[in-house]
Design a protein around this ligand. Structure first.
Ligand SMILES: [Zn+2]
Length: 138
């Protein structure tokens, strides 16, 4: 059953706005079309843009890498946004990015957008109920 999630708090809304700001500043058609923001337990926010090229990492690992580069791995909440005209709606992180967040911070949270447009905050385990590593996968 699909989890309902929880309403965004003030910090979550600020994180969405931070991702939006990064995309407004860095958006390049065909190159940088998604931005991610990750907040760590100390309250720091790290930003990333997707890199569209021969290999095209999502924005989320770029943001996580920015945090790790600063020695901060205490990931708390992650969000991504894309551009739709003048709006910057939340884009739910893909399964690979949710798994990556889980690998580093299994108690972290992720902000998602449901198909009906509702935006909510889920735990990583709610969003990825059987992450890689849950079974004997060799
Ligand atoms: Zn992804």
């Amino acid at each position: 059953m699909m989890p309902r999630g929880r309403a965004l708090g003030r910090d979550d809304r600020a994180l969405v706005r931070a991702a939006e700001g990064a995309l407004r500043a860095g958006w390049v058609e065909g190159r940088h079309t998604v931005a991610a923001a990750v907040r760590t337990r100390g309250g720091a926010v790290y930003l990333g843009l997707n890199l569209n090229g021969t290999n095209s990492p999502c924005a989320e690992p770029v943001a996580l890498g920015a945090a790790v580069t600063q020695g901060d791995r205490a990931f708390e909440t992650m969000v991504a946004v894309r551009r739709r005209g003048d709006r910057y709606p939340v884009l739910s992180p893909c399964g690979t990015c949710r798994q990556l967040l889980y690998d580093y911070a299994p108690r972290a949270r992720v902000i998602v957008r449901f198909r009906d447009g509702r935006v909510a905050r889920l735990t990583i385990e709610e969003s990825l109920p059987a992450p890689f590593g849950s079974f004997d996968e060799g």
